[in-house]
Structure formats: structure tokens, C-alpha cells
Design a protein around this ligand. Structure first.
Ligand code: V47
Ligand code: SF4
Length: 380
């Protein structure tokens, strides 16, 4: 449960619906489903942000964490290409632009930026019908051999379940083998929105909510820390958002294995859903991005960190988010592909000095971390 906040929150709500929520947060009480819906429905963004900032300051002080990381996307070939209608990245095997990196190409991608002192590889991609578990084991082992100090965050729950299916192994066995190869933690993708109705519309054949949660439950039991996400800004309602967050919060009560929560802003370009909704060229608003981050901080009284993905939220909104409950910032990235296919206009990567500068520019203290959130380096 959240701890009692004795500092004065800087902005008092003007929306009367927020007054009882303000009092509950001040008293360290857990927020309910109804509170969550009231927060998402409210337009009193400054009061919500100030409350989230107070909670974050209490929990994490003025530190903002980031990783000097490199995103590696081994393949965009995906068996769910036709049914994840929000995805601009996936291809069928024979489609224009389909690619699959050989292990040597993956190692070369990492080698090319050795001078950037990367300390975390973030590895996610499509569900390739033919790539076997051994490909990922050799990739993780090979990266660890070549870059001994670097931690590896790899494979979403959806990719793990896919590997289990094609290998005819249990999820537990797949995870054990990846850990033996050097896996340190897992990203939080593939959760999208758990509501059955929304999933049917945007990701019909993807792992169901309970299956996604089961993969993370199993990972946590094996001592693998993971992240959690929610894809917002498409067809979901406020109630869907809150239901999703509370399901994650419940698993966190059980296992304590989630490190950070990352709300992912839907990007509507070059995908079927964007076309269906007539939304191409119109990403989520900065207002909704900040609200999702702040409400995440308020509802998750048991997840240590909330992360802004600057690639999607933009660098400017992400910097402001550091005063809206956020203490975790996506890192250097190097060369992002997934969201740039979907219309992100941000740079594909940032230099470490730029990440440090943007945190300092917000009056916060940069702290470099590894994939398990151990501190690597602190700035004054
Ligand atoms: O599950 C795909 C999202 C996720 C779009 O754990 C889209 O640190 C917006 O796992 N618009 C995969 N989002 C990426 C992922 C991730 C990303 C950043 C940080 C972490 C972490 C994990 O990307 C998918 C889906 O939710 N996504 N297409 C799109 N058009
Ligand atoms: Fe495949 Fe992931 Fe894209 Fe779905 S979101 S089509 S699982 S790459």
C-alpha cells in the first residue's frame, strides 16, 4: 500500500469528483475501480498530476532512472500480422519489407555501437513461424559473451507463449532455458488492453488476459522481474483502462515481480485500425499521455516505477511527465523501429548526454540503471 503523504500537494482539485480521491491518496489508502474511472474521466489534469507527483516524490524522491540501452528487433515476421490490427511493424514472410536477422547480424548491430557503452539490450520482435528457441538462446548467450557487463531484457509474454507452442514445451521450461542462456528480465509488451471486447477488436488472436498474466506469474515465480504495459488511445473506455490496471495490480499483490508500468500511446499510421478509425496522422494528445502516466502512478500503489516511453510520448511531453508521477524514462534506444513504422516523429535514439540533459532540465536527478533496476551510475 502507498505510504501516507504528509507534504502538502501543490494543486488542490477543482473537479469535485477528485476531492475524495485526493483525501484517500493523502491518507495512503488504495484507490478503487470507481476512483480510477473518475480520474480518467476528469479534465483536472494539473490536480491529478500534482497528486501523482507527490506520490512519486514520496516513493522515489527526485531520482529519475534510465538505461543506456539498445533496442534490437530480430524479426518483423509475425503469425499475428493480420489480426493485431493496431500493429504497423509486422509482415507476413513474403511481404515487402519482411526481414529476419541472422545471429551474426544481431551481433554486428550490437558491435556497431560498442562505443555508446550500452548496458541493456531490449529485444522484442514478431512471432516468427520458424525461428526456434535455440535461435534466441544462442542470441542471448552470444550477446552476453561479447558484452559481459550488459543485461538482457528480452521477449514479451506473447513471444514466450509462441515459443512454448512451437517447441511443445511448457512456458516454465522455455523461461528456464532462456535464464540459463543469460536472460535478466522481460519487457511488458503484448498486454494491450485485457478487456475481451477490446481484444476481439484490436488483437483477436493474441494471448488472452489470463494467459498473459500466467506467463508473467510464472516468470516472477522463477525470479525473473518483468514490466507491464497498457496500449491506450484506440477503442478502449475508461472502465477498460481501469479494469486492465487493476488486473495487473492484483498480480503484483501476489508476486511483487513487476518493476515498472509503461502506458503505451497508440500510434495510428500505417495500420488497419488507424484506417478503420479514420485516425491516420492523429496520435494521442499530450493531455491524455500525461493523464495515463499520472493515473498509472496513482492506481499502482504496489509497482515501484512508472516509465514514459519518449519515443511515443515525445521528448517534450516526457520531460513534463517527470512532474506528473514519472520516475523512469526510456533510455538511449539507438535505433527504434516498431513505433517509427506507426508514425512516431521522435528521433530513433538519444545520446546518453541528451537523456541526462533532459532529466536535469526538469530539475530532477539522473540515475543510470541496469535491467533489474540496480543503480549503475548517479549524477549529482
Ligand atoms: O505489445 C505495437 C506496442 C508493444 C503499436 O518493457 C504499438 O520496457 C503504439 O514490448 N502504436 C511491444 N504501440 C513493445 C514493448 C515495449 C516497448 C517499450 C518498453 C517496453 C519495456 C516494452 O508495442 C506491443 C504493443 O503494445 N505497439 N504497435 C502502435 N501502432
Ligand atoms: Fe505480431 Fe506483436 Fe505486431 Fe501483434 S503487435 S502483429 S504480435 S509484432
Amino acid at each position: 500500500m502507498a505510504t501516507l503523504i504528509d507534504d502538502t500537494v501543490r494543486v488542490r482539485p477543482t473537479d469535485p469528483a477528485l476531492l475524495p480521491i485526493h483525501d484517500k491518496v493523502m491518507a495512503g489508502e488504495r484507490l478503487s475501480r470507481e476512483d480510477g474511472i473518475a480520474l480518467f474521466e476528469s479534465r483536472d489534469l494539473l490536480a491529478i498530476g500534482a497528486l501523482a507527483d507527490a506520490v512519486n516524490q514520496r516513493r522515489n524522491g527526485d531520482r529519475v532512472l534510465f538505461a543506456a540501452n539498445q533496442h534490437i528487433n530480430p524479426t518483423n515476421v509475425c503469425v499475428l500480422r493480420k489480426t493485431c490490427v493496431f500493429c504497423s511493424y509486422a509482415r507476413t514472410p513474403k511481404e515487402d519489407g519482411a526481414y529476419t536477422l541472422s545471429l551474426d547480424e544481431v551481433f554486428a548491430e550490437a558491435e556497431n555501437v560498442r562505443d555508446m557503452r550500452v548496458r541493456e539490450f531490449h529485444i522484442v520482435g514478431g512471432l516468427h513461424p520458424k525461428l526456434r528457441l535455440s535461435y534466441y538462446e544462442e542470441m542471448i548467450r552470444g550477446l552476453k559473451e561479447r558484452h559481459p557487463g550488459v543485461s538482457i531484457k528480452a521477449l514479451t509474454a506473447v513471444e514466450i507463449a509462441h515459443l512454448a507452442r512451437i517447441e511443445k514445451l511448457s512456458v516454465e521450461e522455455v523461461l528456464r532455458r532462456l535464464v540459463a542462456a543469460g536472460l535478466d528480465s522481460m519487457p511488458g509488451g503484448g498486454a494491450e488492453v485485457f478487456s475481451k471486447g477490446v481484444r476481439r477488436t484490436i488483437a483477436d488472436r493474441k494471448l488472452a488476459a489470463e494467459e498473459w498474466l500466467d506467463v508473467h506469474r510464472c516468470a516472477h515465480r522463477l525470479g525473473i522481474f518483468t514490466n507491464c504495459t497498457m496500449l491506450y488511445g484506440h477503442v478502449e473506455t475508461s472502465a477498460d483502462r481501469v479494469e486492465h490496471i487493476l488486473m495487473l495490480r492484483e498480480l503484483q499483490d501476489e508476486t511483487g515481480g513487476f518493476l515498472t508500468y509503461i502506458p503505451l500511446a497508440y500510434h495510428p499510421d500505417n495500420n488497419e485500425l488507424g484506417r478503420q478509425l479514420g485516425r491516420e496522422g492523429t496520435a494521442t494528445t499530450g493531455f491524455d499521455d500525461l493523464k495515463n502516466l499520472a493515473v498509472g502512478r496513482l492506481l499502482f500503489d504496489n509497482v515501484p516505477h512508472v516509465k514514459t516511453h519518449w519515443i511515443m510520448n515525445t521528448i517534450k511531453v516526457s520531460q513534463v511527465a517527470l512532474h506528473f508521477g514519472v520516475d523512469d524514462l526510456e533510455g538511449t534506444v539507438v535505433r527504434e523501429k516498431i513505433y517509427h513504422e506507426a508514425g512516431a516523429h521522435t528521433p530513433q535514439g538519444l545520446r546518453l548526454e541528451e537523456v541526462v540533459g533532459l532529466i536535469r532540465g526538469a530539475g530532477r536527478r539522473p540515475v543510470e540503471r541496469d535491467a533489474r533496476y540496480n543503480v549503475v551510475r548517479e549524477w549529482p
